[in-house]
Structures are given as C-alpha cells and as structure tokens.
Write a protein that binds this ligand. Structure first.
Ligand SMILES: N[C@@H](CCC(=O)N[C@@H](CS)C(=O)NCC(=O)O)C(=O)O
Length: 281
C-alpha cells in the first residue's frame, strides 16, 4: 500500500470513528434523557405519602408537586364527649381542623346527611366518616400514635376496647334519668365494676411504664385521658389515688405541649362542667 492510500485510509478511519463517537454520544444523551423523563413521569404519578397523613394523593403529570395537607372538619355538638379524643389527636398531629359544633336546630338539618344519623363525624377532604373509635384509630396512625405493626395495633385496640367495656357501664349510669336508680348504679360501679376494671388497667399501665400499651404514647392513652375527664365528672367518689400508674397515663398525655395549649383554649364542656383536664395542668 502506498503512503497516500495509507493516509487516506487512516483519515477515513478517523472520520468514521469521529462519526461513531458522535452517534454514540447522541445515543447516550437520548437514553439518559428518556430515562430521566420516564423516571420523572413515574415519580409525578406516584401517590405522595404525606408526613402528616397516610392519606394519599396523585399529583398528576408535572403539575402540582406541592404537598397538600388534607382538609379536616370535626362535626359534633358543643361538648367534649366522643369528639374530644378526635380533636386531641388532630391537635397532637398539628393538623388544622375546623371544629364545627352544632346546635340542636342545626343538627336536625345536618343529621340526614350523616352516614348513620349520628355524630361525631370526621370530614376528610369532603368525605364524611362516622364512628368515633375507628376515626381515632385512623388518626392515631396518621399522627404517629398507632402501632408499628399489626401486633402493636392489636395491643392498642385491646386496651381501647377494654376501656370501652367500662365506659359503657359508666355512661349508662351517667345518663340514667331516675335519681334513685342512678344512685344505686353508681354505688354498684364504685363497689364492683370500677375496682375490677381499674385494677386491671392499673396493672397494664404499670407493665407499660405509665402508658396503656407499648411502653409509649399511643392513641389509647388519649382515649383514656378523655374518659378520665368524663369519669371525674360523673362519679362522685374519688377512686383515683389507688391507681397511680393510671394517673401517670393521664399525666403523660398532659405533658404534651400542644395538648396543653388545646385544653387551655378549647370551649368549656357544656355537658359535664364540674371537672376539666385544665385543672390538672
Ligand atoms: N358508636 C358511635 C355512637 C355515636 C353516638 O351515639 N352519637 C350520639 C352523640 S354521642 C349522637 O349522635 N346523638 C344524636 C342523635 O342520635 O341524634 C360513635 O362512637 O361514634
């Protein structure tokens, strides 16, 4: 081969390899950008988990990637009652909520639009949900006061249901209209049911280091603290000094600054006004 043809060959080779290089580069960048595009597309369609809420929203294409907090509204009467643990849980989680309190006249109008003709209801982004305990269970999870697995959820649920069994008896007595019957129901409670349940709860609270379950704050403690407030109103005997660990449960809840703030500023309980938790802050 002549020198000229060798040079021509080399120059062709170089041109070809430059071309190759250019093509490779283009392919590389096209692949990279399409990967990124696909990734971004998938990411934008992936439901976003909010730190404050397990409720999920898709954010659409590249449109709205802002985290949007759900809009909460608590519907209840102007009393503490079954809505108060819900209000406390929302407060604990720093979740803004509208605290709608119905007069009887307003309630008569609103009742037919509730799922079971009862309150409390929690409205989450316009969806109206009834049943206070499942609402508290849901909010407990949302605000980080649920269990970390199914077993822990079960332990919290059991504690709440145990409390519920006592609660039913106490509220039957509290709402009894016949004064004589009410007095004997209260005597029975103080002699039998209260010691039975509270001793068991005291043991549980002792085992759990001043909590109702899991050795840490859970939504069960919030339920207990609200129940404690009600019991202090409707039971005239001071049964509590015998149960120091149960008192610790309430104290652990009342230690939370946001809950203290709420308890100080919330409207007074129109149903039971003798005792308010703020007296123990
Ligand atoms: N199991 C329900 C019971 C709800 C309930 O009994 N609500 C009562 C007030 S505490 C109510 O709505 N009463 C008015 C009515 O029935 O018209 C829950 O825990 O949420």
């Amino acid at each position: 081969m002549s020198c000229k043809s060798t040079l021509l060959g080399a120059s062709h080779f170089l041109q070809l390899s430059r071309l190759n290089h250019l093509v490779t580069c283009i392919c590389f960048w096209v692949c990279l950008y399409s990967d990124i595009t696909i990734y971004l597309f998938k990411w934008s369609r992936t439901p976003v988990k909010f730190s404050s809420d397990s409720a999920v929203r898709t954010t659409g294409y590249f449109g709205d990637l802002r985290k949007m907090a759900p809009v909460y509204k608590v519907h209840y009467f102007d009393i503490h009652g079954r809505a108060e643990p819900i209000r406390l849980l929302l407060t604990y989680g720093n979740l803004n909520f509208e605290d709608k309190r119905y007069s009887q006249e307003e309630w008569a109008k609103f009742k037919p639009s509730t799922p079971l003709g009862q309150m409390p209801c929690l409205e989450v982004d316009g969806k109206l949900i009834n049943q206070s305990t499942p609402i508290c269970r849901y909010l407990g999870k949302v605000v980080g006061l649920g269990g970390k697995d199914n077993w822990e959820d079960l332990l919290i649920d059991v504690a709440v249901e145990n409390l519920g069994d006592l609660h039913k008896k106490i509220m039957e007595m509290a709402f009894e209209q016949d004064a004589g019957k009410k007095k004997s129901m209260e005597e029975d409670l103080v002699k039998k049911d209260l010691p039975f349940f509270l001793e068991k709860f005291e043991e549980t609270a002792k085992k759990n280091g001043g909590y109702f379950a899991l050795n840490r704050l859970s939504w069960a403690d919030i339920m207990f603290t609200c129940a404690y407030e009600t019991y202090k109103n409707v039971i005239s005997t001071d049964v509590w000094p015998k149960y120091p660990n149960l008192l610790k449960v309430k104290d652990n809840v009342l230690k939370v600054q946001s809950l203290q703030d709420w308890i100080k500023k919330r409207p007074a309980n129109k149903m039971f006004s003798k005792f308010d938790l703020k007296q123990e802050l």
